[in-house]
Design a protein around this ligand. Structure first.
Ligand code: ADP
Length: 474
């Protein structure tokens, strides 16, 4: 191992960064994201190692790695990928030296990051301390305040009684949003607009949260009307350098879950973009953020923006950022974990320039004609849309694949890239129409309706978009 001293940080502290190449990466995940990481490994000449559950014995991600190992024998499908001791054992027995968590599963668990490090392996992500801090809503909000980043007014901690809820609403006014303190992924949220409904809605939301997440504690925040969801992609290294890779607009959401993502955010005034990206970098530097991460904001019509959370991991929609910047985020994650610095990788802020517009559609095996119920079974026919400006990231998208009910319903991520938003949308539209899928239902008809919507094509978006356009469901 080489030891070098860097003096890149503007705050002028010197940090010793040890460079130690990674030879073998285990991906503690499945599906398209596991394959995404294996591909980056192969391109870098690094061995890729998969784990798979019994239910995934025939799954594609297993075939795409150099080696694969069964975990969680006899366990339910999801638990296999959450079994920390077994994952560490597979690493130890097979000469693995780094672990990539992907998204979901263990990716936001600081105890997992710690267990990986304690086993003498490298964790491809931020330090356990930062994963912990960013995963704790209260701690993350405190860090944002310290870094001078605006936050949505909200309770200082989880609220458990209807009296406390009422007190907050009286003090800050309505509307508010109740969020399950232990929820996530857009689930367990409820907007309240009338004072005489606060107590009853709180009790209902809290008991739903208890049933779904095992704990009824809630956060309460001021509800921002007609917000855009805009998030900033960051990359940090071990020497304390942080750059942003511009932003994504993820306002096209169904039930607070992202459906279509765009980079960069259309019609975002340059001044707001500058302030937002600076705020995100400031927050990351404040907490000593290393590796890839995202700072999420809500932005109102006047251009005010508010921090909502940090995702201390790679996100599903990282692809659109890769398309506009030309930077491979997963390769960068691995390089940074090896001890390479951003300037060494050529990523100084002035060199990172966005080009054109990229759109990602999440094609899911859900039936839009039947309230997006999951559709499972055998994919009898599968032909994909391809061609210039189209990228496909998938795992089980081929004729003969079995779509199981055990995991999430993401079938393929389609990413289009072109010089402007309309051209990018028209490539996406054309590619979606080329798809031929029989055997399971998909949300493609719904996605096509979104792509043909005039507001979408002009980038006039906020999180009400889907709800306000019932014709999208036809
Ligand atoms: P999760 O952690 O479950 O993904 P987030 O806090 O990231 O939840 O919020 C998900 C989405 O919910 C946001 O993109 C936005 O559409 C909506 N949302 C969350 N908080 C607020 C708020 N205070 N005001 C308005 N909308 C909100």
């Amino acid at each position: 191992p080489r030891v070098r001293v860097y003096l890149y940080n503007k705050n002028a502290y010197s940090t010793q960064v040890e460079y130690k190449p990674i030879r073998s990466v285990l991906v503690a995940n499945r599906g398209e994201i596991a394959i995404r990481v294996f591909r980056a490994c192969t391109e870098l000449g690094i061995k890729s190692v998969a784990i798979y559950s019994e239910q995934d014995k025939m799954h594609m991600h297993r075939q795409k790695a150099d080696e694969s190992y069964l975990v969680g024998k006899g366990l339910p499908p999801v638990e296999a990928y959450l079994n920390i001791p077994e994952i560490i054992r597979v690493c130890k027995e097979n000469d693995v030296d780094a672990v990539h968590p992907g998204y979901g599963f263990l990716s936001e668990r600081s105890d997992f990051a710690q267990a990986v490090i304690d086993a003498g392996l490298r964790f491809i992500g931020p330090s356990p301390k930062v994963v912990q801090q960013m995963g704790d809503k209260v701690a993350a909000r405190i860090a944002a305040i310290e870094a001078g980043v605006p936050i949505v007014p909200g309770t200082d901690g989880p609220v458990t009684t209807k009296e406390e809820a009422l007190e907050f609403c009286k003090k800050h006014g309505l509307p508010v949003i109740f969020k399950a303190a232990y929820g996530g992924g857009g689930r367990g949220m409820r907007v309240v607009r009338k004072m005489d409904e606060v107590e009853e809605m709180f009790m209902r939301a809290s008991s739903e949260a208890k049933a779904a997440f095992g704990n009824g504690a809630m956060f309460i925040e001021k509800f921002i009307e007609r917000p855009r969801h805009i998030e900033v992609q960051l990359l940090g290294d071990k020497a304390g350098n942080v750059v942003h890779l511009y932003e994504r607009d993820c306002s096209v959401q169904r039930r607070h879950q992202k459906v279509v993502e765009i980079a960069p955010a259309p019609r975002l005034p340059q001044e707001v973009r500058d302030k937002m990206t600076e705020a995100a970098v400031r927050l990351a530097q404040h907490v000593g953020y290393e590796n890839a991460g995202t700072v999420e904001f809500l932005c109102d019509e006047s251009g005010n923006f508010y921090f909502i959370e940090v995702n201390a991991r790679l996100q599903v929609e990282h692809t659109v950022t890769e398309e506009i910047t030309g930077i491979d985020l997963v390769q960068s994650q691995i390089r940074v974990a090896e001890g390479m610095t951003l300037p060494e990788l050529g990523y100084t802020q002035d060199k990172i320039k966005p080009r054109g517009y990229a759109i990602q559609c999440r094609v899911t095996t859900e039936d839009p004609a039947n309230d997006f119920q999951p559709s499972t079974g055998r994919l009898e026919v599968f032909r994909s849309g391809e061609g210039m400006g189209i990228r496909l990231d998938s795992a089980s998208a081929f004729a003969g694949a079995i779509i199981s009910p055990y995991y999430d319903s993401l079938l393929v991520k389609i990413i289009s890239h072109a010089s402007d938003l309309q051209s990018s949308a028209s490539k996406m539209n054309r590619a979606l129409r080329e798809f031929r899928i029989r055997g399971v239902k998909t949300n493609i008809p719904f996605l096509l309706n979104v792509l043909e919507n005039q507001k979408f094509l002009h980038g006039v978006l906020d999180t009400y978009f889907i709800d306000e356009h019932p014709q999208l469901f036809k």
